[in-house]
Design a protein around this ligand. Sequence first.
Ligand SMILES: [Zn+2]
Length: 179
Amino acid sequence: MPDVQPVAKPLPVAPGRQRVRTIGRLRPHCLPIFVHESVLESILDYSEQDLRQERGGFLIGGFYHDQRQYIEVRSFLPATETRAGAASLRFTHDTWASLTREVDQRFPDELVVGWQHTHPNLGVFLSGYDLFIHRNFFRETWQVALVVDPVRQEFRFFQWQADEVVDCGFICVQSESHG
Ligand SMILES: [Zn+2]
């Protein structure tokens, strides 16, 4: 992947127009992750549709800077052609091919800023295999992972901090119609 530089863009939060909610603990050295509430809702809905097997998808958005650099998640694409088990999820060659095609067609100006998958009733963490996926396919500083446990109703983001992948909080941007 060519080197991606952050694009100048004001934070997706207009004072007095949108409400924001911080979920989890924001780490001072991590990139703030802004997630639109509607996107978070669709990810949680998708995650709840299978409580027996893992499922996953991709986070679409951008890498920006305002006063500081940040990540914005604006859309979600469910993964297709995966191989799933009760405690495993594998992306296949066809998963990646279909992701590339969908992004080219539907989100030509956006980046794949991360991935999501579920851990039904296992809790939210990154397994050794999850770390393998993250290190190999989401190695950019602006690429994050979201793990959802639809049974325990937990979810958590993870991102790079130097060579480690650490859990981090995020900022949920409520849509204007709600505020
Ligand atoms: Zn996992």
